[in-house]
Design a protein around this ligand. Structure first.
Ligand code: MF3
Ligand code: CO
Length: 250
């Protein structure tokens, strides 16, 4: 069931989104060689709580931290740890959600740690671009397949692959609502987008093959072939005037 949001609810979601985005930026500023992913998680948690919000992921299905921090071949759901120390040349995907006055915001970004390889730089650029091409399709009258097709077409034309096992989602009073938002699809297919819908668009893009596997901790999701992976996400409201980013600062 897709829950449409009223304009009053959207203004609360805008605040949840703003807190999520600020937390993500603080995490990005903390990314540097020698820093542990546990330290970055602590920065995220302290900021979100200082705003009177709670971290959306903490305790979600038993998830043990506030952020997911996924380095290099880790696609998503990397668990912050004192023993994961960032190194020069890493790419670091940080995923953060904040729950504020009954609603969630959800966003992610992949940050370079120091100087990164040309292969890594090009992956980040293409994945970020694909997110914004997907967002551009998130308007009334279009369908979910238009969003996924925009992402898939752009990245596959550059030789990258789209992760299939994990997808974007509706966002609202629950972190994960209908509809599912795959990063692949057929134009003109799938759920029709309507004003009041809020979706998280979140391409997860691999340099190598699309396959992933989940490690024994039940969360950490890595590329099967060991290749680099990037993840960018925004929470987007569908409005009569087109897409509006909720996870943005002013
Ligand atoms: N942004 C991710 C998602 O949309 C984060 C979920 S991590 C979890 O699914 F811990 F909350 F599961
Ligand atoms: Co999400």
């Amino acid at each position: 069931m897709i829950v449409l949001k009223t304009s009053r609810e959207l203004s609360i979601m805008r605040k949840a989104g703003k807190i999520s985005q600020k937390a993500l930026r603080l995490a990005g500023e903390a990314v540097e060689p020698g820093v542990s992913t546990w330290e970055i998680d602590k920065i995220v948690r302290q900021y979100i709580e200082s705003e009177g919000a709670t971290p959306s992921f903490l305790g979600y299905s038993g998830y043990p931290a506030s952020a997911c921090i996924s380095v290099n071949n880790v696609v998503i759901h990397g668990i912050p740890s004192k023993s994961t120390i960032l190194k020069h040349g890493d790419i670091v995907s940080v995923d953060v959600g904040a729950f504020y006055q009954g609603f969630h915001g959800d966003n992610a970004w992949t940050f370079p740690c120091g100087q990164i390889s040309e292969e890594a730089r090009a992956l980040l650029e293409a994945t970020e671009k694909s997110l914004f091409l997907g967002i551009e399709q998130a308007r009334p009258g279009n369908r979910i397949g238009d969003v996924g097709h925009a992402v898939q077409g752009y990245v596959e034309a550059r030789g990258y692959s789209v992760v299939r096992e994990f997808v974007g989602h509706g966002v609202g009073a629950k972190l994960h609502e209908d509809p599912s938002v795959p990063n692949y699809g057929t134009p003109g297919r799938g759920v029709r987008l309507m004003p009041g819908m809020v979706i998280a668009i979140e391409p997860m893009i691999n340099v190598g093959k699309p396959g992933v596997k989940i490690l024994d901790d039940g969360w950490t999701t890595v590329t099967q072939d060991g290749s680099l992976s990037a993840h960018f996400e925004h929470t987007v409201a569908i409005t009569p005037d087109g897409p509006v980013l909720l996870t943005a600062l002013d």
